[in-house]
Each structure stands twice: as structure tokens, then as C-alpha cells.
Design a protein around this ligand. Sequence first.
Ligand SMILES: Cc1cc2nc3c(=O)[nH]c(=O)nc-3n(C[C@H](O)[C@H](O)[C@H](O)COP(=O)(O)O)c2cc1C
Length: 342
Amino acid sequence: MSKLFTPFKIGDIEIKNRIVMPPMCMYKVKGDNGLPRCFHKLHYAARSLGGVGLIIVEATAVEPRGRITHSDLGLWSDEQIEEHANLVKDCAKYGAKIAIQLAHAGRKSTCDSQSIAPSAIKFSDDYKIPKEMSMDDIKDLKQNFKNAAIRAQKAGYEIIEIHAAHGYLISEFLSPSINNRSDQYGGSFENRTRLLREILTDVKNAVNIPVGVRISADSWLNKDWKLDDSVKLSCELENLGAAYIHVSSGGFFDTKELDNMPKFLPLYQADYAKAIKESVKIPVIAVGMITTASQGEALLMGNVCDAVAYGRELIRNPNFAQLAMSELGREDLVEKPYQRAF
Ligand SMILES: Cc1cc2nc3c(=O)[nH]c(=O)nc-3n(C[C@H](O)[C@H](O)[C@H](O)COP(=O)(O)O)c2cc1C
């Protein structure tokens, strides 16, 4: 009996199997309007048809200056709800549950507008110096996350993921090297994690669907954000009602600055997921160079995680989940017309 093809729950949402498509920006928006296009609908619907249990739609900006590029998706305006609703409808038809990752790029935005960050420290020489956020900026940011979450729920998304990973705005607050603030949002662990805790609470209070968090478990810099911090943070997020933790790593710093970069080998982030899974009861999603059915199955059987995200593998092969079904002896789950192919 394959565990990869047993259902699991995020909050009260039942997901038919444990294969997750993690958020992956496609940079395919046209005309700076943040709207999903035909490409997005086909791209996500194909993975739903391909048998994925949970699709997390790519980083979607909560305000225009929170985009990584002008081609990112957005949910900063009510006018964007309808196209997102169409995307969800097309995808959900084929059985996947559809989540959305709400994001702000912070100092890693490459858009024309002035970028914002906890402190006026640029990511690298290729990036602008961001504006240090004022208290009003922080208040607006929280409101923007809340408004985008309400729009996401209206569009029909069944789960929300808050992007607190990869050196984008929320994770910039977590890092003592990026966040030099001397107010209640900087300094101690409690202060640096305050923004994320407040955004999670605000978003949760604004919607009645599960809200999970994606974190970078380690900054790959020895004196910065480390796995111990992530374990502690994950426990606090669980206490605040986070529905799951999605465990990635890195992205905080330019590679030139790093002193503890992992080797990008298969399963390279799995130990981070395991440490967090040992400390929380909510579901944990592992990700990072997991490319085969047997790897995913081994992670689940080893209690490393509750669900397995296949990123680039699902870009390469939208039918990866069906291949995994056949490899793990569950041909019965393969879409009927496709069964002759396996
Ligand atoms: C094209 C591309 C776009 C990505 N965009 C996002 C994103 O929008 N949000 C995010 O949290 N991670 C993003 N990631 C990271 C992936 O979600 C995933 O964590 C990473 O690719 C490692 O998993 P993999 O080895 O299975 O691909 C992106 C990765 C790729 C390759």
C-alpha cells in the first residue's frame, strides 16, 4: 500500500494524495496587470488532470511593488478576482485542491517602483537600495495581505500559503543581517518574527480557509537564520493556527555572501523538514530535488513529512503523478483513458 496515494488533510480540506505542486512563478503575466492568462489556466489544469493532489499557485503579489517582476501574478485589486476564479474552476474540475501563495518580494523586487524592506540594505549590487519600512508601511503591508487573502477566498482558492521564505519580504524580517531595526520588529527573535506572526493572525481572522506558511528553514549563513530558529518559529506558528509548514531553505543572500551552502543533491532539504515534523503536529511538506515516486514514498514512510512537493519534476512532466501511481502499483488511480500508457 503506497502512502503517497493515501489522502491527508490540511485543516478540514481533504487532499486525495500527498503529491504537491509547490509554487513556481511562471512570469507569464502580460501588460503589468497581474492577471492569470490562458497559459496559467492550462498550466495548472494540466497538473490537476495529471493527478497532483494539491497545487499551490505561484507567488502572487499582495501589492504591485511586491512583485518580483512585472510579469508576476497579483491579487492586489478586486478586479483580479474573476480571472483567478476562472483559473481555480478549470483546475478544480480535475480533482486537485488549489491553494495560492501570497507574497511580497521586498528588497528582491526588480520592478520599477521603490522596493521596501525592514532596513535599507540591498540584496546585491544588481538590486536597488530598498526603503526602510515605516510603521505605516508595516500597517499597510498587513492590510494588503489581509485584503489579498479575502480576494483569494472569493476566487475559490481552498487554502492560502503565506510566502515567508527565500529572502522575500517576510523572511527579510527574520534575518538579523537583513533586519537592523531597533523597534518592535527588529532585534530579538520575538521581534523579528512578529511581522509573520501578525500577518498569519490577520489573514486567519479574515478568511475561513486553512492558512499555511512556507519558510526557509536555514539561511545558509552560519551566523544568521538557522534550523533551530525555524523549529521554534514553526511551533509558534502552529500555536497561532497555521494549517501546515512548507519547508524550503535559502534565498536570503547573494551566493557570494554564503558560508554554509548545501550541496544541491537529491533530498537536500529533507532533514530540515524532518526536524520540523518532529516538533509540530500540523502537516509538514518537504521539497527540494525530490524527483521520483520511491523517494517521496521513503520520505513519508520515514516520517520526514506528511506530503511531498515535486517542483521542477512537475514542470518537466505534468503527468508525473500518474507515472508515480503506476510505479507504486496504483494503476487503478490513473485516469481511465491514460491507463494504456502505463
Ligand atoms: C521556475 C521556478 C519558480 C519558482 N517560484 C517560486 C515561487 O513562486 N514561490 C516559492 O516559494 N518558490 C518558488 N520556487 C521554488 C520551488 O517552489 C521549489 O521549492 C524548488 O524548485 C525546489 O524544488 P524542486 O527541486 O522539486 O524543483 C520556484 C522554483 C522554480 C524552478
